[in-house]
Design a protein around this ligand. Structure first.
Ligand code: SF4
Length: 1023
């Protein structure tokens, strides 16, 4: 006896009887009734159609002569021959978008309606979607009724863009999707078809009026809609659904994978559907790759997840930001280039190559790139030579050092070759403009010749990217600035998805709920059912509002532009239809917590409806759901369900507590470095001052009183501000990586600006030509302005500004500073005469004539102790023949000197030490004198020409220095307990930061802690 289709055994994979989706049942009936006739199944997409046909086969129904089509493929089959005959080219979405961008650029420049939005990629995409709708409906630019628009400017601008776009299509002999549909319908109107084939619509799905006409005409009027499970029948499956919630989207996907793996469900029996594939797809892709779970992705994977995609974006940023070396450095350091292919033989490693590029200090600019690298190579070569000449190392050390330097030199040369080859790909702008297709060509050559491929996805992405750039190369000439061209191509790369695939054996499948549930898999997970994602907002199309659509529909036939305000209701129906058509178990979930923003998220109304059905309580509200749902899935799970080792270890932390007990000791035994970390944290939390807090065991040579090496005021002030940061910077000699990425609106760093101003001030007094003793603003302004101009020009040649605006802003700032300087100097120099400038003392200080001296000065500390000091005094003024003032130029703000409290504990000691140093230098030079004032002159704009000079207190200075040097002698480098000290520190990331480090430091510095080794610092920083 023949069984009804719905209860036939499902073969070959299942032996149990399983109720089939209504769509498969009705298709099976047609196949049985018309086994040999040609059948054309029209599905929402061919991917979906193939899933339906495969599900039919798995249900045990044999079929032949079943052709799968989508509306698009049907239109192509009808219109394709005429398109080929006429020599037209079919445009991809990316190409069509590029034409719309160009049409917008041509027609919306200075637009009064779209205004500043006219250049935004988001607007171009919205215009593309709206134009698709209009053109699919056969509405030409001229047919747009002005009466439908509240603002006449809007319709005029839309007409212009649409007309320009259509003109570009006609000129380039291009056709887009809408044109293919239009041509297909017209062809069928002109020559109606008679067909014996059975045309079957795979259930109900959205068709525009033109698409419906195409299907009707292609089928000769014999299309039949197959019965399917409609949204009304959703409750049966929903009532049996499982529900969970998770802390963030990643944990939602983790929990799905945990359930699949721990329940031992075959992967090809699982479908994960989402309301937001753009967010959930990449998360699943990352986790599936990490755990080697084979997956297919209905919408594909963003190309930006592949190495070639990331490399292409980095390359385009490099081009668009005027060859900013930091962008290229990131591409190299990220291992995105195939250095082994570029340098067969002995390729440099990505990190050494990236380091050489950074050490070259290119900054940006085509010309600067190679010139600066040449200088860098010359420096590296000189290092090799000078190392060879060194005689204070034994042979083995010397050879090792020379080999190391030679390796760096070879890497620097390889980087130069790489940069030269990349530069040769990039076409030179003419009058500041390039052709979009030229940049596309170079991006394609870059991906094909340089980007690293390390897997299947990379290979697919590389080929898809070259295809994308190849398509854009075929477009008509469009001239843009390099930044605009790079930005357009980057946008196209971001929109590219690769490796889209239908469900495959052995693979879990991920897709969108609208196109999911057709394959008949027995476990379906519906993710992303939070209220933010579903049913979505009823926001209208920004290009054509619903009111305008109604007006167009009323004036133009056929009336078919859809209303966007009804989208949420449509989404609810689509989700219900999806739940109705799936078979087997359904699990619905949502992320109840947004991890990045640390805020709560709520379930969608449909999720609450499902909760009501499952709980049998039709009146349940959100608080009932909150109480009735299991705790949110997070990073912790039960050990048997752990996805990986990390989850397993985390799961073991739930009981007993991590800080003690057997589990903690097992973790520490398994990971000795982790054990060290726990020991360090315990020590830091204690009151004892330990090696984990900055106590070093062998401080030999650190105390300048006994080392015999000169120290400087900046070192002493660093030590006073935070001994721990001094230890990192001055003892371990750590440096934070320099980020050479420049803000295009800023030219010169504060340090560079300060150096420039120092040189202007020095030259104003010290240049023999026109040097003055008693400046007068009126007389001397031209002179200082011209010196400033010369110094600015020197910096401009050395470091070209990124923009005219940045250059002008800096120039203006320098001139204002010069004006303030000169006005204050006129006043100040009524009582004193500027005498010496840049007075260096000590080795490598480019010492001036006396009183400057290449020998350091010895500063006495009392009790027979002293130390050597080197430095450079910006300026010495003569008050009377044996009385002097010492001034240090500051070009920033006076916040640190205007408050005496901020200088305590040696944080500001330079004024006192330079006063003492000058007296020693004067005596050495045979013209003894006394320093009567020593301080800081805030000559820049932010300092407004203020001068600060504190009274000298030699005894207090000596006591401060003795305390600081006692710390060095003991090797004790505590963290500063004062948060303010951390505001200009580079090491916050590695010292646990101001809050925690400061609290711990206060704890260790307290009297009760009795850390004797910290007594000197406690004296300097009484609480
Ligand atoms: S962040 Fe603060 S405590 Fe840490 S090293 Fe820097 S200055 Fe010292």
């Amino acid at each position: 006896m023949r069984r009804p289709v719905s209860t036939q055994p499902v073969l070959p994979f299942e032996t149990e009887e399983k109720k089939l989706p209504r769509l498969i049942e009705s298709l099976a009936e047609v196949c049985r009734q018309h086994p040999l006739e040609e059948k054309v199944l029209i599905a929402p997409s061919r991917f979906v159609g193939h899933q339906i046909a495969e599900a039919l086969a798995r249900s045990g129904t044999p079929w032949v002569h079943l052709r799968i089509e989508s509306v698009r493929s049907l239109a192509h089959s009808v219109a394709g021959p005429s398109i080929a005959r006429e020599g037209l080219t079919l445009l991809s979405r990316a190409q069509a978008l590029a034409l719309i961008e160009q049409a917008s650029a041509e027609t919306l420049a200075g637009s009064p309606y779209f205004g500043a939005l006219a250049a935004r990629p988001g607007l171009h995409r919205a215009i593309q979607n709206t134009f698709d709708e209009l053109r699919s409906a056969g509405i030409s630019p001229q047919a747009l009724p002005e009466s439908a628009f509240g603002d006449a400017r809007k319709v005029a601008e839309l007409k212009d863009v649409l007309a320009a776009y259509e003109a570009a299509l006609a000129k380039g002999k291009f056709v887009d999707r809408a044109e293919v549909l239009r041509r297909a319908v017209h062809a069928l109107r002109d020559s109606p078809r008679t067909s014996d084939a059975l045309y079957l619509l795979a259930g109900t799905f959205e068709l525009s009026a033109t698409e419906a006409e195409l299907v009707q005409r292609a089928s000769g009027g014999h299309v039949r809609a197959l019965e399917s499970d409609g949204p009304d029948g959703w409750t049966e499956n929903a009532t049996r659904a499982s529900l969970f919630r998770a802390l963030g989207e990643e944990n939602e996907i983790r929990e799905i994978l945990r359930r699949v793996l721990s329940d031992g469900i075959p992967l090809d029996d699982v479908e994960v559907l989402s309301t937001d594939p753009a967010s959930y797809g990449p998360i699943l892709y990352e986790l599936a790759s990490e755990h080697e779970i084979p997956c297919t992705f209905g919408q594909g994977i963003p190309a930006t997840f592949s190495r070639p995609g990331q490399a292409a974006l980095g390359y385009l940023r490099w081009l668009g930001r005027d060859f900013e070396s930091e962008e290229l450095r990131e591409v190299i350091a990220g291992g995105l280039l195939d250095l082994a292919r570029i340098f067969p033989g002995e390729p440099p490693g990505p990190l050494p190559a990236a380091r050489e590029l950074r050490d070259a200090h290119i900054g940006w600019g085509r010309e600067r790139s190679l010139a600066t690298l040449d200088l860098h190579i010359a420096r590296r070569a000189a290092e090799v030579d000078s190392a060879r000449r060194r005689s204070d190392e034994d042979d083995e050390d010397l050879n090792a050092r020379v080999e190391w330097l030679k390796e760096r030199l070879a890497t620097a040369r390889a980087v130069r070759e790489l940069v030269a080859r990349l530069l040769s790909l990039a076409s030179e702008p003419v009058d500041g403009k390039v052709e979009l297709r030229a940049i596309a060509r170079s991006a394609s050559a870059f991906v094909g010749g340089f980007a690293r491929i390390a897997g299947d996805l990379d290979a697919k992405a590389s080929s898809a990217l070259q295809g994308l750039f190849g398509e854009l190369e075929t477009l008509p000439v469009t001239r843009l600035s390099v930044a605009e061209a790079a930005s357009r191509l980057s946008d196209a790369v971001r929109g590219l998805h690769v490796a889209a695939d239908r469900p495959r054996p052995g693979h879990l499948h991920f897709g969108d709920y609208r196109t999911g549930g057709y394959g008949g898999r027995s476990r379906t997970f519906l993710a992303g059912l939070d209220s933010g994602r579903h049913p979505g907002s009823g926001l209208q199309d920004p290009v054509l509002l619903d009111e305008e659509r109604q007006g167009i529909n009323a004036a133009v036939h056929p009336r078919e532009l859809a209303m966007r305000g009804g989208r949420p209701a449509e989404n609810v129906l689509a989700l219900r239809a999806c739940i109705a058509r799936v078979r087997g178990e359904v699990t619905v979930s949502f992320a109840c917590w947004e991890l990045l923003e640390a805020r709560e998220q709520f379930p969608a109304a449909t999720y609450l409806d499902i909760f009501r059905l499952v709980s049998g309580d039709p009146a349940a509200d959100y608080s009932d759901a909150d109480r009735g749902l299991p705790p949110a899935a997070g990073f912790l799970t039960e050990p048997p369900r752990a996805l990986d080792e990390t989850e397993w270890w985390l799961s073991r932390t739930q009981a007993p507590p991590l800080a003690g007990g057997r589990v903690a000791s097992s973790v520490r035994a398994a990971y000795p470095w982790l054990a060290d970390g726990f020991a360090a944290e315990e020590a830091r939390d204690s009151q004892a001052f330990t090696i984990w807090d900055g106590l070093i065991r062998d401080p030999t040579g650190l105390d300048p009183r006994t080392s015999g090496r000169p120290t400087s005021c900046s070192r002493i002030q660093d030590l006073a501000r935070c001994p721990y940061s001094y230890y990192l910077k001055r003892v371990l000699q750590l440096r934070s990586p320099e980020d050479l990425r420049a803000d295009p609106t800023v030219w010169l760093t504060p340090l560079e600006r300060g150096t420039l101003l120092h040189e202007v001030f020095r030259r104003f007094y010290a240049d023999p030509t026109g040097a003055v003793e008693r400046p007068l603003y009126r007389r001397d302004w031209n002179r200082i302005e011209s010196i400033a101009g010369e110094e600015i020009a020197k910096w401009k040649a050395k470091t070209p500004p990124r923009s005219v605006a940045a250059f002008e802003a800096l120039r203006e700032d320098v001139l204002v500073s010069c004006r303030i300087f000169l006005l204050r100097e006129e006043e100040h120099c009524r009582d004193v005469a500027p005498r010496w400038f840049e007075v260096g003392f000590g080795p490598s200080r480019e010492s001036t004539e006396p009183p400057g001296d290449p020998e350091p000065v010895r500063i006495p500390l009392g009790g027979g102790q002293s130390f050597l000091l080197s430095g450079r005094i910006d300026r010495v003024d003569e008050e009377s023949p044996d009385e002097y003032q010492v001034w240090d130029y500051k070009t920033g703000s006076p916040w640190d000197t205007s408050e005496p409290e901020r200088g305590r504990g040696g944080r500001r000691i330079q004024d006192a030490l330079y006063a003492e140093a000058l007296e020693i230098l004067l005596a050495r030079a045979g013209r003894p004198g006394r320093v009567v004032k020593s301080g800081y002159f805030y000559a820049g704009r932010r300092g407004e020409g203020e001068r600060f000079a504190a009274p000298r207190d030699v005894a207090a200075t000596r006591e401060t220095l003795t305390n600081l040097f006692d710390l060095l002698r003991a090797g004790a480098f505590p963290h500063t307990p004062t948060e303010e000290d951390c505001s200009i520190c580079d090491f916050a990331k590695i010292c646990s930061g101001a809050d925690l480090a400061g609290t711990r430091a206060q704890n260790k510095l307290s009297e009760e802690a009795a850390n004797e080794v910290l007594a000197p610092y406690r004296r300097l920083n009484p609480s």
